[in-house]
Ligand binder design. Structure first.
Ligand code: 3PG
Length: 306
């Protein structure tokens, strides 16, 4: 079978070599398409491909139409909002993710972003320490739990909320359950967002929640750009000169945010939460193994378009 690794943001070479080794030892062929400009180049590359490994690369109906031999797509990572699941299902293509494989990298970045913002983006003005402060974790999945653990180790109190977890499960994960989103936002010095982008969550974090945050609070977003209502964020930051926003997902209105709020906002130039060699190896090799298993045994573990 032919496996294409299509990554606009490439894996570290060590991860590509690992994927190649696993695939070739199982008798498959590997092709590589990196840093490609967009949909047209991906369509041109998938004509004879049986399996696709991607990151945040967009798999649109046009890509699926151009890939008549495609059987499986593995998103090497957690979020799969970049894949048109309905179109994949209609084409008979199995879609999987690799849950948990890049979570530690994202969680480490969240902690770094919290400190970076509390220290005024490493400028000389006196900052604050995170020890003794309260972190609210919105969605207590693989990343959220790790962020909570690391924050606790640094002396923070951790609260969490998750629509899919009982209060007992949240306590087992080491956090105090928040009774509502309003409570989380109004009682935490930091809120770190870990929800996926779905029709229910898109623009769900806006003025009403952000303006409830306590004095000097920081909103941290290493999840998805789309879950923030940027107009509501702008309004909250305008009314409350003490609030701050730091994100790993470049907002659409970032130039305006920077112009208006300066050091109170920061966005990484390119999403880098999962961009470590370790995460690339973990997620990339897991993707390769899932594809090898799928062709060898029909295993559909981690399928997301069921
Ligand atoms: C994920 O959903 O796994 C993260 O957002 C990482 O995305 P990336 O592979 O594009 O860096």
């Amino acid at each position: 079978m032919k496996i294409l690794i299509a990554t606009q943001k490439p894996f570290a070479p060590v991860a590509v070599n690992g994927i190649r080794k696993i695939a070739e030892e199982a008798g498959h062929e590997v092709a590589l398409l990196e840093k490609y400009p967009g949909e047209a180049e991906l369509c041109a590359a998938v004509g004879d491909v049986n399996a696709l490994i991607i990151r945040s690369d967009k798999v649109t109906p046009a890509v699926l139409d151009a890939a008549p031999e495609l059987k499986i797509i593995v998103r090497a990572g957690a979020g799969y909002d970049n894949v048109d699941l309905d179109a994949a299902t209609a084409h008979g293509v199995v879609v999987m993710n690799t849950p948990g494989q890049n979570s530690n990298a994202v969680a480490e970045l969240v902690i770094a972003m919290m400190i970076y913002m509390y220290r005024n983006q490493f400028t000389p003005a006196a900052g604050n320490e995170i020890m003794g402060k309260t972190l609210g974790v919105q969605a207590f999945g693989n990343v959220g739990r790790l962020v909570g653990k690391k924050a606790e180790a640094l002396g923070m109190k951790v609260k969490a909320i998750d629509p899919f977890l009982s209060e007992d499960k949240i306590r087992e994960g080491g956090a105090e359950p928040a009774g509502s989103l309003e409570e989380l936002y109004s009682t935490c010095d930091f809120v770190s967002v870990h929800i996926p982008a779905t029709p229910q969550t898109i623009k769900s974090i806006g003025y009403d929640l952000i303006s409830k945050m306590p004095k000097g609070a920081v909103l941290v977003n290493a999840a998805r750009k789309e879950v923030i209502d940027e107009e509501g964020l702008m309004k909250a930051l305008t009314e409350r000169e003490d609030l701050k926003y730091i994100t790993d997902l470049m907002p659409d209105n970032y130039d305006l945010l920077k112009e208006k709020f300066g050091l109170r906002v920061f966005a990484t130039p390119k999403k880098m939460g999962a961009q470590t060699k370790e995460a690339n190896i973990n997620a990339g090799l897991a993707a390769a193994r899932q594809i090898v298993d799928f062709f060898a045994t029909g295993s559909r573990r981690f399928q997301v378009n069921k």
